[in-house]
Every structure is written in C-alpha cells, then in structure tokens.
Design a protein around this ligand. Sequence first.
Ligand SMILES: C[S@@+](CC[C@H](N)C(=O)[O-])C[C@H]1O[C@@H](n2cnc3c(N)ncnc32)[C@H](O)[C@@H]1O
Length: 215
Amino acid sequence: MVEHLQHYEIISSKKVVEVMETIDRALFVPDGTPAYVDSPMAIGYNATISAPHMHATCLQLLEENLKPGMHALDVGSGTGYLTACFALMVGPQGRAVGVEHIPELADSSLKNIEKSAAAPLLKEGSLSIHVGDGRQGWPEFAPYDAIHVGAAAPEIPQPLLDQLKPGGRMVIPVGKISQDLKVVDKKEDGSVTVRTEISVRYVPLTSRDAQLRGS
Ligand SMILES: C[S@@+](CC[C@H](N)C(=O)[O-])C[C@H]1O[C@@H](n2cnc3c(N)ncnc32)[C@H](O)[C@@H]1O
C-alpha cells in the first residue's frame, strides 16, 4: 500500500513512509475489511476510516509540525490511525491527542492502538483519546503545533483556531456538498493564512445526534 502511494507520488516524505509502514492499517479496520485498499471504509456509526491517500496527504502537510516534542490534536479521531501516527512522530516528549464524539469508536480506537506500535506511547501517556465534541478542540494540551480535522466543517471552528500555536498548522476539510481540504497556517504574529490544497469528500463534523441520525 505504501509503495503504491509512493509510486503515484502521493507520498514523497521518508518520515511519512516510515510511520505508515510502522502503524499497520490492518489493526484499525473492522475485521473482514480489506486493509490496504486505497479507499475509505465504513466503521459503523455513519463514520469511516479515511482512505490511505488522505492519511498520507495529511501527514505530509503536517510533517513539519509533527517533530519530536510537539503537540498534535486529531479531531474526529475515529479508528485512532492518524492519532497513532502523530504519536509516533512527536514521540514520548510530545503529545498526541485524539477527540472523538462517539464513545464506542473512542473505545475501539484505544483497543486498536493497544495492538499497534504506538501502544507504549498510550501506556506512558503521551498519546490520549478523549470523548467530546471536537469542534471545541481539547484545551487541556493546547496550544497545538498541528491540528488535523478528520470530518468536514461548514466553517473553521474558532476554538480550533484559538488552540493553534503561533507557527502551527491546521489541516481541515471545509464545506458541505463541495468540500476543500484547507491548510491553515498561524504565523508567529498570530495572523492566519488559509489556502486550498485539494477537493475532498469527508463525513460531516457535526453533533453526535445529527451523525447518528445520518443527517
Ligand atoms: C472520516 S471519520 C474518521 C477519521 C479518522 N481520521 C480515521 O481515519 O479513522 C470522521 C470522524 O469524525 C467524528 N466526528 C464527527 N463530528 C465530530 C465532532 N463534532 N466531534 C468529534 N468527532 C466528530 C466521526 O464520529 C468520525 O469518527
């Protein structure tokens, strides 16, 4: 899978190759689901595990903000796959925080992570998964060098902008039917720039009730 992503020039970073080879996607997809096919897969509760090329794209966009010792927030952490990748990149001196609003998904993501190469970081406490509304971020470990949002927001939530560190980067899909992956950079003086990377298709960043109703 990783070779395929390199072949199609989705991944050019050695660090991203290393982390995606170390965190085995097979541990994060539901039993019986093909793990290495480049497409999103249903994980229940109207949610999906994102396609490998989207995981790779987001890891590459955030690579400079996932150096050892940095703080990373994964909003809508779902299966925990990207939170585990972030934890490996920021290492034991850093902090990788996942926020997921479906408690059952948060529980199963912890089980997935426990089977993965990121298990020691979960045990030591530099990786944590929390149940909550990710639109509010997770102030306890803010400010964050990197924020990834795994579901599409109608607009960029202000609490996430507030929790982004000066010099930090957020990658977030924005839009309803037509969505763009936005790259949000906060400069050292606190000013913010936003650019569009690619068009994407994500499940909505919404309330738990709206998601479970499928609306
Ligand atoms: C595309 S899915 C999972 C993405 C995750 N990166 C993965 O690959 O496993 C998006 C996730 O966002 C969650 N979600 C949606 N709205 C949310 C909110 N307001 N707060 C927290 N999680 C939310 C969904 O439950 C779902 O698990």
